[in-house]
Design a protein around this ligand. Structure first.
Ligand code: ZN
Length: 300
């Protein structure tokens, strides 16, 4: 059957503090978008439903919906709990069956990924991972998220990659306790936004690019990127999120990763290997629209 050229797709980027919503004929043709705050699941899903109801009344029904959601979330379609959130510190969300709620709300196929994976799919479609058959999207903000993107799609997994919780080697000069409630000194516990604020009293972008604060954070980010290089050997690491907006982090982290690797398996790693995202805050909804289009094509 020939595809209808004006099919409409929806995208949801469900983040810990805000939700980006969009509809469009494709990732390069966003027709409408909005942002709502993340609250409890019922209130949040009601706001999401209101946006799509308004847009579908105006533009017609959705052909498919692509969702990037915070996790941990069960993403293996063969799992009986596919689409359910794992225990989470976010009030009301632990154990919440997100996919079931979306299916009650939207009468169309739903493609589901983590929020980080959706952003990685967006960057692979038309951003900093474009043209690469294997890349990693890493985001350092309130937490640390990561996704392996292979040929434009998230790598299938039992749950999903959680590089942000890899253990790191504490630097002797760093005496601040790691903040991860599960692991203490994992990457998220040492170098996500709250850990930086606890250590320095300010966000990283308040400090000079050549100062000791940046040097310490870059050393940890470099350790994390070195571990990613050894485990995955991606062709590029895109580093985004609020912490990564601090000027100089990408270059300093690349240098630190090279020091951590100490000459081993460093072929192809140099300037630009740890790169900023190209799509900024749009990556998640662009990736969501890509995932929605793919799901629609699979089902037709
Ligand atoms: Zn942890």
């Amino acid at each position: 059957m020939t595809k209808h050229l004006t099919a409409l797709f929806g995208a949801i980027e469900l983040g810990g503090t805000k939700i980006n919503l969009a509809v469009g004929a494709g990732p390069d043709r966003i027709a409408a978008r909005t942002q709502v705050p993340t609250r409890g699941p019922d209130e949040t899903l009601a706001a999401v439903a209101a946006f799509f109801l308004q847009e579908t009344r105006l533009r017609g029904p959705l052909a498919a919906l692509g969702v990037g959601a915070f996790g941990p979330i069960i993403l293996n379609p063969d799992d009986s709990e596919y689409g359910r959130l794992c225990p989470s510190p976010k009030p009301g969300w632990g154990g919440y069956d997100l996919l079931a709620a979306l299916r009650r709300m939207m009468d169309c196929p739903v493609a589901l990924a983590t929020d980080v994976a959706a952003a990685g799919v967006g960057e692979a479609h038309c951003g900093a991972l474009s043209g690469l058959d294997c890349g990693v999207y890493l985001t350092i903000g309130t937490g640390i998220g990561a996704a392996i993107i292979v040929r434009g799609a998230p790598l299938p997994a039992l749950l999903h990659s959680e590089f942000g919780h890899l253990p790191l080697r504490r630097l002797p000069r760093d005496v601040t306790a790691g903040l991860c409630p599960f692991h203490g000194d994992c990457a998220e516990g040492l170098v996500a936004g709250p850990a930086i604020a606890a250590r320095f009293g300010k966000p990283l972008n308040a400090f000079a690019a050549d100062g000791p604060e940046m040097a310490l954070v870059a050393e940890y980010v470099g350790q994390l990127c070195a571990a990613i290089v050894l485990a995955v050997s991606p062709k590029r690491i895109v580093l985004g999120g609020g912490v990564a907006k601090a000027h100089g982090l990408h270059a300093a982290a690349t240098a630190a990763a090279l020091r951590a690797l100490n000459g081993y398996a460093i072929h192809g790693i140099g300037e630009g290997y740890i790169a900023p995202p190209a799509l900024g805050d749009d990556a998640g909804v662009i990736g969501g629209l890509v995932l929605a289009m793919r799901r629609w094509k699979e089902q037709s």
